[in-house]
Design a protein around this ligand. Sequence first.
Ligand code: GLU
Length: 333
Amino acid sequence: MSGRFAPTPSGRMHLGNAYAMLAAWLSAHARGEDVRLRIEDIDVPRIMPGADEWIRDDLTWLGLDWSGDVVRQSQRTALYDEVFATLHDAGLLYPCFCSRAEIRAASAPQEGDRFIVYPGTCRRLHDGHPDEAAARVRAGERHAWRLAVPPAGAQDGRILFDDRVYGAQDYDLGAALGDVVLRRSDGLYAYQFVVTLDDLLMDIDDIVRGRDLLRSTALQIWLRQRLIDCGVGGRAWQPAQTPDYAHLPLLDNAAGVRLAKRVRSLDLGHLRAQGVRPEAVVGYCAWALGIIEQPEAIDAREALACFDWRHVRAVRGRDFKVPGDVGARLLGM
Ligand code: GLU
């Protein structure tokens, strides 16, 4: 069993990515596990050439090591095809012909994190007129494939889990997530499908990531169980056993906007070129995680000696604001 780094190689890692990777590394090592590296390069249009190498180089520079071979999602399509067919044969998927605009127009007002719950148009088509839906697929009409989750209010769609930072979670899948896309209309497999499958097949039992994925965890727990029911992977697991999850407060810029790879100023390439030391980045991130009381240069091993989820729980009340002059502060550390 292991923890994991699961970066998307869409650009250079920024301070927020370093912070999440440090937390994943500390969590796994604190429980005596190592970390696997999975490059999530399945979303081809978002991938930046060279970013995969940068990520490995930046992780090494930070002193965050991983074990085993690097897994690249782009090389696992045959496996994904096979499992996708299994889910399809189990009756868990249906084709969706809706455009984004149609979905938006038919949706209830969006919530804060802009997660749109699919209004179910094509599920009704599939349930009521399966022959028509099948004929439209055969005729080559553009379509995505959605996962049919239990409807809002259904008892088997209620997912409870305990997050190590945010505590007890209780989601109604149908109301909070709805029927998510597992295969997009451009043919690419979607994040929810590949991340759930890969975490299962790689025997990942320690998942650490940003709190923006809290509600996705509910879906991933449900989908994971469907995969196991279909006989996919999971032999090392007890029935109903799920990974341990920890979601982290996000790192925002001074204006309160989440750090993005598009904004170069806080990326590790820029910071390294200015002469910032890895211990400064690790120490700053450890401080943002609440692990140490003052931002001071420390290495990952030293941070491990202080690590306890209780510290992160204590700072979970608000996201962390990175000041605009952080580069200068890091240089001085
Ligand atoms: N590749 C995803 C990301 O970079 C990983 C999310 C996850 O940890 O599940 O956001």
